[in-house]
Design a protein around this ligand. Sequence first.
Ligand code: GLN
Length: 315
Amino acid sequence: MKKLTAAVIAGVLAAAALTGCGGSGSSSAASGSGTSAAGSAVESSAASEVSSAAGSSASSETGSAASEAGSVAESSAASEAAGSLTTVKDGVLTMGTNAYFPPYEYYEGEEVTGIDVEIARAIADKLGLTLEVEDMDFDAIITAVQGGKVDMGLAGMTVTPDRQENVNFSDSYATGVQVVIVKEDSEIATPDDLADGKKIGVQLGTTGDTYASDTPENGGYGEENVEKYSKGADAVMALVQGKVDAVIIDNEPAKSFVESNEGLKILETEYVNEDYAAAISKDNDGLLDAVNGALSELKADGTIQSILDKYISAN
Ligand code: GLN
């Protein structure tokens, strides 16, 4: 691996460490973690709906409906946090995303679905909020979060020091790896082979764009060699059509694009490891704490893992 790449990884790791100390969350409430993932997810979302609809006095009633004390404790802790929450629309958690990033977010008919949508819905349930998804260009998400257009950006978004200047990130809920897609018969065998003037396709405003567009001294390939597309799928289409020689993009969408387009492959050398997290306004610490609290409960009870497993196969 190149030294530049290592430097980028170090930066990303440092960023991850920073976010790590940001949110301790209300993990003490997550004691019911021995329960099966699917069961407790369903229970706790039902419980938080009931308790938010009828006020906190409903939580003991909910207790008898839910068979497990653990999940009741979890959901009432989370919905207590929700009491003091400010969101863009009352009672609604608005998520900004770019719905062309399978399996994290993509359209199924008219509906946006995927890992991030399911995680956001589980968070919203914990907080007694209804989820709404707003699809927008990836490079508009941070601005939408900052400007109070959406409550959080959840878009397979990597925690980076640059972005941390503009928004806060929740604790990380998943990891990603930047990989290189090429045609099956390509002479490009490692990321180093991209250095001799190859044309590289990326999605505008993503970390893949940032790394690739950087100067060769910094381990990039130079702005002049990078073609930027507003959707990852468009970059892949350009590769299929021979307009670019390679695409740098996150590994899970890469797998999905390679599956749905003949004649492409992913290079074995991984490019950069990253942490995904929710982007939240610097002016909304209440929401940041609540999202971190919900995430830590959803990690402890296995919900996050079961959502990831549903969309990502082990190999
Ligand atoms: N993880 C990458 C980034 O944060 C790409 C995300 C995306 O395209 N949705 O820049």
